[in-house]
Ligand binder design. Structure first.
Ligand code: ACM
Length: 260
């Protein structure tokens, strides 16, 4: 399976321009699944709920329509983060758009810092969807900090976790080696990069988008800076084997009664 790992820096609130730049970045590449960062085409550094509303989208929104057209015409699948507007409730969401134009939404479960001022807590829970016979789960940025997120996706059968991120702390890229190993799954962490300033508020994002495999190895990692795309061939079936040796299976060996 060919994964298109994307690292991207949007210009704050310039949704149309950002979507066009995003599509230009990948349009001559061929992959089964492209993964973009969290809030990929809006930017991240909000100061008011009005700003959040201004760049929010329902299912007829600009970025969703543009990437549906792209997915159908290129027969590919795309994941990206966006501001979801559901009857004036706003979610930090990620969408999986399939090659037939259908979609499924994941709403960020674990909100980070001031996101709590602007977004509703995600209420979709973690789900797994089949694309071309491969099981994909979605997670967003700070979800990584809670081992339950990726564990839940892995227990539901995810072979690949599309982890769209706007990482600001320095830990995730190293930590996700272990998240991949302890669940024996692929994690595709698509991060943004650079600094974003909105009045007195600013964020620095860490780049270093990467894919980790079920052995806990980084199979590709971008530098800290730069819009990038790389097509990486993986075998999702490597995620099916949960045996560490002939006596240890990481799922059968769990003792949930002691985890309460
Ligand atoms: C984050 O969850 N965007 C840090």
């Amino acid at each position: 399976m060919k994964i298109g790992l994307v690292q991207f820096k949007p210009h704050l609130f310039q949704v149309k321009e950002n979507v066009e730049r995003g599509i230009n970045l990948i349009k001559s590449e061929s992959a089964d699944l492209f993964v973009f960062p969290e809030l990929a085409f809006t930017g991240y550094t909000f100061n008011t709920k009005n700003e959040v509303e201004w760049v929010s989208e329902n299912m007829n929104g600009f970025s969703i329509k543009a990437f549906k057209d792209f997915a159908i015409s290129k027969k590919t699948n795309v994941v990206f983060g966006f501001v979801e507007n559901d009857n004036e409730k706003f979610y930090n969401s990620s969408i999986l758009i399939k090659s037939d134009g259908s979609h499924r939404i994941y709403r960020k479960t674990h909100l980070f810092y001031e996101e709590k001022l602007f977004f509703e807590k995600g209420n979709t829970g973690f789900w797994v969807e089949n694309i071309n016979g491969v099981k994909i789960g979605l997670a967003i940025c700070f979800d990584w900090f809670f081992p339950e997120s990726f564990r839940t996706l892995a227990l539901k059968g995810a072979q690949i976790i599309a982890h769209s991120a706007n990482l600001v702390m320095p830990y995730c890229q190293e930590a996700n080696k272990i998240r991949s190993l302890e669940n024996r799954v692929f994690i595709v962490t698509s991060n943004r990069w650079g600094e974003e300033i909105n009045a007195l508020n600013s964020n620095k994002f860490t780049g270093m988008s990467q894919i980790t495999n079920p052995d806990g190895k980084v199979i590709v990692r971008f530098p800290q800076k730069g819009d990038k795309v790389k097509i990486v061939n993986i075998n999702p079936e490597e995620a099916n084997n949960k045996n560490l040796n002939k006596h240890n299976n990481i799922f059968y060996d769990r003792i949930p009664e002691f985890y309460k």
